[in-house]
Design a protein around this ligand. Structure first.
Ligand SMILES: *[C@@H]1O[C@H](CO)[C@@H](O)[C@H](O)[C@H]1NC(C)=O
Ligand SMILES: *[C@@H]1O[C@H](CO)[C@@H](O)[C@H](O)[C@H]1NC(C)=O
Ligand SMILES: *[C@@H]1O[C@H](CO)[C@@H](O)[C@H](O)[C@H]1NC(C)=O
Length: 349
């Protein structure tokens, strides 16, 4: 008995010491990362991705996670999945749309299917659409599970990932969407990350910005580019960033979260680098950090084509842009018939 207790004591002591060592090691690692020059390399080059993600996993376990600290990499399961979505008689998609909605947004998804999410809206161009969602709050799990299964049975376009669907977990949704793409749709040309509360003009996006007959652009990403921004340090802000999760006082340039599109080869590299640097909950900033790490700069779109604020609908204005943020689904359904009307000629801009 005594022996067992002593052994146990020793084991506890040992594991505590090991844990401490690990924390120290990780702490140093993080230090060397964050104290490097102004937005310099975020990962010491001598470390391989594998070692680092293993260390980070232990680091995550060794402390109580901060509520704004998403756990990644981590093998979140796909609870609703469509591995064959990108296969089919029409061939490999030109554009994969990953639309972020919450489980309860049933009406929003339907409005999107009937408007800009329509896979056949650009003649001659193969588009595939998937809605990425997480888990509803525990209280609604039962009711929503049946609803979601029915919805998915009918439309076959839900990609549900096994973590709580909250704003603070949005980065995980995007990364899991990219993981799905890497596994099941890596021959597509472009991938669009888009939120559910936008107006999108798929023809403009495809014909004007992506150009199906244009040359491959391995480093292409575009959207509304935020430059010279930095973390908001007051906890009252929606986009509050505690210094312990991101210590530098600037963010690299990044494309605004409501909608950005990137070439699949770039998306694959972003995903690879995301395994090796610290993930932050601000999804668009995080993609910016990955680009910075890769040495890739976002491509500016033509002016006034990605609007981060709502404007009044006007047929010709909306035909000359790609995306408008903060568009409710009722409004979307209301304007769509007019937007699609082909008999209004717009003056050349
Ligand atoms: C998508 O568009 C096609 C043709 O443009 C149309 O026939 C079809 O009904 C639309 N689908 C939905 C769900 O609205
Ligand atoms: C993110 O998802 C994890 C796993 O479901 C959950 O434990 C965590 O509470 C979520 N984070 C937030 C901020 O909701
Ligand atoms: C053509 O435009 C007029 C006026 O803008 C509209 O009333 C009509 O429905 C349109 N026709 C078609 C076929 O879209």
């Amino acid at each position: 008995m005594k022996l067992i207790r002593e052994r146990l004591g020793l084991r506890v002591l040992l594991s505590t010491a090991l844990g401490g060592l690990l924390i120290l090691l990780v702490g140093q690692l993080l230090d060397s990362r964050t104290s490097s020059m102004d937005l310099g390399p975020l990962v010491p080059t001598e470390l391989t991705g594998d070692t680092l993600s293993t260390l980070r996993k232990f680091e995550w376990q060794a402390r109580t996670p901060h509520p704004l600290d998403p756990r990644y990499p981590y093998p979140y399961p796909f609870l609703l999945n469509h591995p064959n979505k990108c296969e089919g008689p029409k061939g490999t998609p030109f554009l994969l749309m990953l639309v972020m909605t919450q489980p309860q947004d049933v009406g929003v998804r339907q409005a999107i299917r009937e408007t800009w999410g329509n896979e056949t809206s650009v003649p001659g161009v193969v588009i595939r659409r998937l809605f990425v969602l997480g888990l509803p709050p525990p209280l609604f799990t039962k009711e929503l599970r049946i609803l979601l299964e029915e919805e998915d049975m009918e439309h076959g376009d839900l990609l549900q990932v096994g973590f709580l669907d909250t704003y603070n977990n949005l980065t995980l949704k995007v990364l899991m969407g990219l993981e799905w793409m890497a596994q099941h749709c890596s021959t597509a040309r472009y991938v669009l990350k888009v939120d559910g509360d936008v107006f999108l003009n798929p023809s403009f996006l495809v014909q004007q910005l992506l150009q199906p007959n244009g040359p491959p652009r391995p480093d292409f990403i575009t959207g509304y580019i935020y430059r010279d921004t930095g973390p908001l340090r007051s906890p009252d802000y929606k986009w509050y960033m505690p210094p312990e999760l991101y210590s530098q006082d600037k963010y690299p340039p990044y494309c605004g979260g409501p909608g950005y599109v990137l070439s699949v080869p770039l998306a694959l590299r972003v995903l690879a680098v995301a395994q090796t640097i610290k993930v932050i909950y601000l999804e668009d900033v995080f993609i910016g950090l990955c680009l910075h790490q890769l040495g890739v700069k976002p491509t500016p779109p033509p002016p006034q084509t990605f609007l981060m604020y709502p404007i009044e609908y006007e047929h010709c204005t909306f035909h000359r842009l790609a995306l408008v943020h903060q568009f409710q689904s009722q409004e979307l359904l209301r304007i769509w018939p007019d937007f699609q009307t082909g008999n209004i000629t717009c003056p050349v801009a």
